[in-house]
Design a protein around this ligand. Structure first.
Ligand code: IPE
Ligand code: IPE
Ligand code: MG
Length: 241
């Protein structure tokens, strides 16, 4: 996520990743699931760096879904602790590379200490424009769409806007991060052929890339493969070419 070769031909401007398979990675090694999450956090750091080097402007990472709250409390606690630790470790690099941190999702659901840290780092990096790291936390695509609909309904009820002014553009302005362009490339690790409630609105024309590699094993080389596959895609957006 840097200004370096920004916009180079065939490099996706925005990559979104469903970071899946931490548990399976750990299970295959007879380790507790949290060890998979810890190794996954190292992939997060590696992929952030690799995206920056490749000239990717926006990187969105699906770190915790609204559905993930049904997991055992001990796993949730471990994940929240790890998120805080990873944020602390990553903070220096965000400043060094002038990368702006943002969060999409129900921030209010997160433990207070993590929320305070996130808000602080978001505030301190808000003026950076060399790259964007977007964390999806307590995120649900349907929740986001309902949230936007509710805001619009309120504005109509208040007489601020007419229902006739609601169109795709004005609707999208009420999503969590309205100024962020739609993902060009959506990556899912660990092989599942599903979206799991991620960015439902924004991925309407994203290129999909699913790899069997578990997230803790997804580093520079795997990212390079995904970008290479993307470069060979022909995007048509409904047109004929
Ligand atoms: C992804 O790995 C991390 C989160 C969803 C937080 P999983 O924990 O879902 O790993 P698997 O899918 O059980 O292997
Ligand atoms: C998707 O992974 C959510 C994140 C990566 C944060 P899950 O492991 O929760 O997805 P499902 O339940 O297998 O669809
Ligand atoms: Mg999973």
């Amino acid at each position: 996520m840097s200004a370096k070769p920004m916009g180079s031909a065939n490099v996706p401007r925005h990559i979104a990743i469903i970071m899946d398979g931490n548990g399976r990675w750990a299970k295959a090694r007879r380790l507790p699931r949290i060890k998979g999450h810890e190794e996954g956090a190292r992939s997060v750091r590696a992929v952030i760096r690799a995206c920056r080097d490749a000239g990717v402007e926006y990187l969105t990472l699906y770190a915790f879904s609204v559905e993930n709250w049904i997991r055992p409390p001990a796993e949730i606690r471990g994940l929240m602790r790890l998120l805080k630790k990873t944020l602390r470790e990553q903070e220096f690099e965000l400043h060094e590379n002038k990368v702006r941190l943002r969060v999409i999702g129900r921030l209010q659901d997160l433990p207070r200490d993590l929320r305070v840290e996130l808000k602080r780092v978001m505030r301190e990096t808000a003026h950076y424009a060399s790259g964007n790291l977007i964390l999806a936390l307590s995120y649900g695509g349907r929740t986001e769409i309902v949230h936007a609909a509710r805001q619009l309904a309120r504005r109509v009820a208040n007489g601020e806007i007419s229902h006739r002014s609601i169109n795709e553009k004005s609707f999208a302005r009420h999503l969590y991060a309205p100024d962020v362009p739609d993902p060009d490339l959506l990556i899912r690790t660990s092989g599942e052929m599903r979206i799991s409630n991620f960015l439902l609105w924004q991925i309407s024309y994203s290129e999909l890339y699913v790899t069997d590699v578990h997230w803790p094993d997804f580093r520079d080389e795997e990212l390079a493969k995904a970008i290479k596959a993307y470069a060979q895609r022909q995007r048509r957006f409904g047109d004929i070419k």
